[in-house]
Design a protein around this ligand. Structure first.
Ligand code: ZN
Length: 251
């Protein structure tokens, strides 16, 4: 299995063993806002921690970590240009599979500007992108997010994450991939099973988004288990828990 969106820097060492024991072979850890990001130096130190420290902590427990790097909408510093300048060279690191997670939280003009510039960079470098959708005003923000994606990048390079029942009707026709985040307070394994049952398997990739919010390192294995109990075919389960992520990110 692949857990396609986690925040490894917020999790204890033992979580990686728990995941590996349950059959999660790899995960993508995304840049985010683990603390107040006062300056570009804090964001870059966070990125270096993911690259150097967390990849090693996971590997010591048998979990291969890949990286998604970028400026999260809650991590926009006044000197964000410094990060944008360094991003292309950071993306050359062999474990980086995407720019992310990026997107909109409040739809401020600074958020839109930083989001567009990272989408344009991804288009130029032909990198995949992991796009966040927020918990608050989710539907309204997702509509704006979707139009900015279509104006700035080939949508086939993009995964829109944290898709749930409140926005699935907006996103099911999207040309890229869709992430289903199975996380306490967001979506249960059963909710994910119901969504997959209704909308099929080709577009979806499962993740836990495990972070310092209520989270479960076993979200993907538990969803796979629920799918087995519900009688899904083995190849359908394989697609959403490994194959689609493997194809999309080339991992
Ligand atoms: Zn996240």
């Amino acid at each position: 299995m692949i857990d396609a969106h986690i925040h490894a820097d917020t999790r204890p060492y033992e979580d990686f063993e728990t995941m590996a024991v349950a059959g999660v072979e790899s995960a993508i850890t995304c840049a985010h806002d683990p603390l107040k990001m006062s300056t570009s130096a804090v964001v870059l130190d966070h990125i270096h921690r993911l690259m150097n420290n967390d990849v090693k902590r996971a590997a010591e427990n048998g979990l291969k970590l890949y990286l998604a790097l970028g400026i999260h909408p809650r991590s926009i510093t006044s000197d964000f240009e410094v990060i944008l300048d360094k991003l292309p060279s950071l993306l050359e690191h062999e474990d980086v599979v995407a720019i992310g997670e990026i997107g909109l939280e409040t739809t401020s003009s600074a958020e839109k500007d930083v989001f567009k510039r990272q989408l344009q960079l991804a288009q130029e470098l032909e990198k995949k992108v992991i796009v966040h959708t927020p918990r608050r005003n989710k539907r309204e923000v997702t509509q704006i997010t979707s139009s900015i994606i279509h104006e700035n990048i080939n949508p086939a390079l993009v995964l829109v994450d944290h898709v749930d029942n409140s926005i699935i009707d907006l996103m099911i026709g999207f040309e890229g991939m869709l992430g289903i985040t199975v996380q306490p307070q967001k979506m249960s394994p059963q909710d994910a099973v119901n969504l997959l049952d209704e909308y099929g398997f080709e577009k979806f990739i499962l993740d836990s988004d495990m972070s310092s919010s209520p989270s479960n390192p076993l979200s993907v294995p538990k969803t796979v288990h629920q799918m087995k109990l519900a009688g899904f075919e083995a190849d359908e389960i394989e697609k959403v828990s490994r194959g689609n992520a493997s194809n999309f990110y080339g991992i």
